[in-house]
Design a protein. Structure first.
Length: 78
């Protein structure tokens, strides 16, 4: 009986940690995506390059942020 209670407490703590880390990663990716999309919008508007917003490009922008946009600009030039 006591082992079951300890197991449930440890399971609740593990679930709490997983949820907190997931939320932290999602916030980081959302911030990168917003900054990257603004930068891509500016570059497309100014005519520097044309980067289509496909799901793969959006994922690269969300993970890489400004570095991801720079990578996509380099790839679009070649």
């Amino acid at each position: 009986m006591l082992e079951g209670i300890i197991f449930l407490i440890l399971l609740a703590v593990a679930l709490y940690v997983v949820v907190k880390l997931t939320i932290a990663v999602l916030k980081w990716m959302a911030a990168n995506a917003i900054v990257g999309l603004i930068l891509v919008g500016i570059l497309n508007f100014l005519g520097v390059t044309h980067i289509a917003l496909t799901p793969l490009n959006f994922l690269i922008i969300a993970i890489g942020g400004v570095v991801g946009v720079f990578l996509l600009v380099l790839l679009s030039l070649f």
